[in-house]
Ligand binder design. Sequence first.
Ligand code: GLY
Length: 403
Amino acid sequence: MRLIKLVLPLAIVFFLLASCQSGHKLESVSLSQIKNQLNFLSVNFNDAKARTGNSGKDFVSVRSLNSDGSLKIVSSKDWCSGFYAGSLWLASDLTGDAGLKQLAREFTMPLEKEKFNGDTHDMGFKMMSSFGQGYRITRDSAYRDILIQAAKTLTTRFNEKVGAIRSWDHNRDKWQFPVIIDNMINLELLFWASKQTGDQLYYNIAVKHAETTLANHFRADNSSFHVVDYDTITGAVIKKNTHQGYSDASAWSRGQAWGLYGYSMCYRETGILSFLYQAEKIADYILQHPNLPTDKIPYWDFDAPASLAKPRDVSAAAITASALYELAQFVPEKKASYINSAEQILNSLNEIYSSKPGENKGFLLGHSTGSFPHNSEIDVPINYADYYYLEALLRQKNFKKLN
Ligand code: GLY
């Protein structure tokens, strides 16, 4: 009897602890592992920044790993500066952890000055991942004001004649008015600003850019060019190139993922059917591609020849998974198949491509490829892969709640 009295409370405590643990699991993902990794990354950021001395005072975020394994950290003007803050916001949402939320705030605010940076189209990447996720979660009016100014600045890159937002200002000798498929992601900031302010201008610019891209970026097989260059006097297409893909004619994997994500989002924001159809066509292109490996994590370019090294691009897979959860809601007859593909991608990311505890300086996933032709960030962890992975996990969780 005395033994039962002694053992029973212990058994109850053990059971409660065990159920608490499983409450911290999402399918096969350990939320405490995500939390630990992201916290570890912030420690490594502080350490790397401190080692740069005063010259590093502008560094605001981790980005990836250098080829020697050291942490690559960046200032706010880098196109990737918002994704670590965004990962912290998403992880705080997934886990309910107040510490991650506080850290997210700390990594978000240093990006504020980007709201006036009109030198790049990457405004949406930087500001929606950081302030946008922050506003979604906190409704902090300071974040709202910053985002509205950011959207205003982004509109200054729109050219009426071309009907698009200029992507890059570099390589002026090569392109007159380059527009890249990646730019579709920046439109979300404009849709958001239009709803917040009631100003139709943001919406009109976003729709026009999406229409122009739809008209000129896609090939007959529904794969996408990376860069389309326009004549600013006539608005005509001058040429179609690649920058980060294998060749002008190839299908750079992340570009296909940006297109899928972009047109799914544009349909959500507008209800325009041609955007939905394009998203479906891109999904088919990616998922039915004969060169997509069975684990559904693409090589860096769908057309990279066997004679070249063919590292994967986990970031393209993470973006695709997140986009498929969104697209599935809009296409009832393909919902099961899109969800099935998204789950397969997430399973591969969880089982094969996730960092072990303490690995990769705290990044969640390895094996992304930033720019193969530039020999830059090949087969390494990159912060936007983590960001879209966490967004996909959140979308998966929300999907399961509703279905
Ligand atoms: N410019 C975004 C990317 O490299 O995917």
